[in-house]
Design a protein around this ligand. Structure first.
Ligand code: ADP
Length: 340
């Protein structure tokens, strides 16, 4: 719900610097430090083209929610600026609120009301009434396959149905930009896949979507472009494919039977000439090669010659986890653990 939010605007402030292009979202050098807390955003900048899905990807604590709160006018930055749907979030918050839909991590669904009642309440908050409201509700119920359950109280909905109702509520006033904060957290794989399909369809119809997620697979699958953020800073930006192609090469993971020395691993990698990078991490060897399948036999033979025995081997195309590792020096999983 966006009515009556914090940080009401000072009246009649002129817009001084409009967004630089047709981007639906422009974020320029946002800094935010919480009182007695960490620097949550440390000079974050990115922009989102109209009608695309942009993923803000980062481990827990990276600053994603803080960025969303600023863009949806719920919080103010210490410095920097941001524009949403052409409006300045600091100087024109009311216009921003009318142009956006928000689905936050915490559900906005009233569990004791029916699906239809939830949508009606949300619609009235945006001034919809009469047949316009009724037909919009029916349209959304149908679109999210909730018509048959529309008159049940939301408490009886599955997690996936509640999430879909949340998204439908965020769309009631036909916003231009939709913010989805960790939309599939807590959903089972089937419900997650169903929501992904719906989100993809919304973008095909021209909606701009800013999605935050800590699921690499979700960003990979949905986002046309994404920004990887770490400790409030942007560490990489681009399409998932371009980010992965920058790594040039397949990743090879070898589980060892027993501990080996770093020296023997390096010697084996040097002997197996196609290997471009190698790292020993406990009982695992991580290596990279332009063509993993052809490099692998030589690497295994070279390890054997060094007296290092492999228990199992995994070969994979570069993943977003590799991209994250490259830019931050730690894996996504390690970063998640570090923030816990
Ligand atoms: P994310 O959404 O990526 O998990 P957040 O934006 O929630 O990250 O948090 C960024 C950092 O700011 C974290 O270190 C978090 O603990 C801190 N933080 C978030 N909200 C508050 C708050 N209200 N007060 C103090 N610290 C906060």
């Amino acid at each position: 719900m966006l009515a009556g939010m914090a940080d009401e605007p000072a009246p009649h402030i002129a817009v001084t610097s409009p967004p630089p292009d047709d981007a639906a979202i422009v974020v320029q050098d946002l800094v935010k430090t919480y009182p007695k807390g960490p620097r949550a955003l440390d000079g974050l900048s990115f922009s989102v083209h109209t009608g695309t899905i942009f993923g803000l990807l980062g481990p827990n604590g990276a600053g994603k929610s803080t960025a969303i709160k600023i863009l949806t006018t719920l919080s103010r930055p210490d410095s920097g600026s941001a524009f949403v749907a052409g409006f300045d979030v600091l100087k024109q918050p009311q216009n921003v609120r009318l142009s956006i839909g928000c689905v936050s991590q915490k559900s906005g669904v009233d569990m004791e009301s029916t699906g239809r009642e939830n949508l009606a309440l949300q619609g009235r908050l945006y001034g919809l009434k009469g047949s316009a409201l009724t037909s919009r509700i029916e349209e959304l119920l149908e679109r999210f396959h909730l018509t048959a359950s529309a008159d049940r109280v939301a408490r009886t909905f599955s997690g996936g149905m509640q999430r879909k109702l949340d998204v439908a509520m965020g769309l009631i006033h036909r916003p231009k930009v939709l913010f989805l904060d960790e939309p599939t957290t807590g959903l089972d794989p089937e419900a997650r896949a169903e929501l992904w399909t719906e989100i993809g369809r919304l973008a095909e119809e021209g909606l701009t979507i800013l999605l935050t997620t800590h699921y690499l697979e979700e960003a990979d699958r949905l986002a046309e472009r994404l920004a990887i953020i770490d400790r409030g800073r942007l560490v990489a930006e681009g399409s998932p494919d371009r980010l992965k192609s920058e790594l040039r090469g397949d990743s090879i993971t070898i589980d060892l039977f027993e501990a080996a020395s770093e020296q023997s691993i390096k010697a084996a990698a040097a002997r197996a000439i196609q290997i471009t990078e190698v790292r020993l991490d406990g009982l695992q060897v991580h290596a990279r090669a332009a063509h993993g399948a052809s490099a692998l036999p030589a690497l295994l033979a070279a390890l054997e010659a060094e007296g290092v025995k492999a228990a199992s081997v995994k070969l994979a195309r570069p993943s977003l986890d590799d991209v994250y590792l490259r830019h931050t020096g730690r894996t996504f999983e390690e970063a998640e653990k570090g923030s816990a």
